[in-house]
Design a protein around this ligand. Structure first.
Ligand code: AMP
Ligand code: ZN
Length: 141
C-alpha cells in the first residue's frame, strides 16, 4: 500500500469507485473519465508501478480478470469490439503510477484511434455509471 496512491486507496475502499469485479488479488472498476462508456481499469490490489514489477503469478490472475471483464463489458455495452491498453512510465503516458490495464469498448466511427488513451474523456450523466456498473456485474455472473 502506497499511502499517496489513488488506486491503492480505491483497493483499500478509502475512496469510492464503481467496482465491477473484485477478488483477493485483483480489482476492476470504471474509469472516471472514460474513453467510451463502460471503460474499465483492472489492477492488482498490491502496489506495483509498471508491468515489469508484477510477479508472474499475479500477472496471470490479472490477465484472467482482463479477459473475463472484457467479455462482460461487451455484453453490457452491446459493443462487438474493444481495446486493452496499458502504459508504463511518464513518456508512455502513464498518469497513475499503480499498474493498470484499460479495457474500453469500441464502436464503429467512435473516432478513437486504436488503443489511444490521450482522448477527450466522456462524462457519465447522473446514474449512468451506476447503471453500466450494474450491467457489467450482471454480465459476469
Ligand atoms: P493512465 O494514463 O494509463 O495512467 O490512466 C490512468 C486512468 O485512471 C485515466 O484513464 C483516469 O481517467 C483514471 N482515473 C484517475 N483517477 C481515477 C479514479 N479516482 N477513479 C477511476 N479512474 C480514475
Ligand atoms: Zn497503488
Amino acid at each position: 500500500m502506497e499511502s499517496s496512491c489513488i488506486f491503492c486507496k480505491i483497493a483499500g475502499k478509502e475512496i469510492p469507485a464503481s467496482i465491477v469485479y473484485e477478488d483477493s488479488k485483483v480489482l476492476a472498476f470504471l474509469d472516471i473519465s472514460p474513453a467510451n462508456k463502460g471503460h474499465v481499469l483492472v489492477i492488482p490490489r498490491q502496489h506495483y508501478v509498471t508491468l515489469l514489477e508484477v510477479p508472474d503469478s499475479t500477472l496471470a490472475e490479472v490477465a484472467k480478470v482482463v479477459k473475463k471483464v472484457s467479455g462482460a463489458v461487451l455484453k453490457a455495452t452491446k459493443a462487438k469490439d474493444f481495446n486493452v491498453a496499458q502504459s508504463n512510465g511518464n513518456s508512455a503516458g502513464q498518469e497513475v503510477m499503480h499498474v493498470h490495464f484499460h479495457i474500453f469498448p469500441r464502436f464503429k466511427g467512435d473516432g478513437l484511434l486504436a488503443g489511444r488513451l490521450n482522448r477527450p474523456a466522456l462524462v457519465y450523466e447522473d446514474g449512468e455509471a451506476k447503471e453500466i456498473m450494474k450491467r457489467i456485474r450482471e454480465a459476469l455472473i
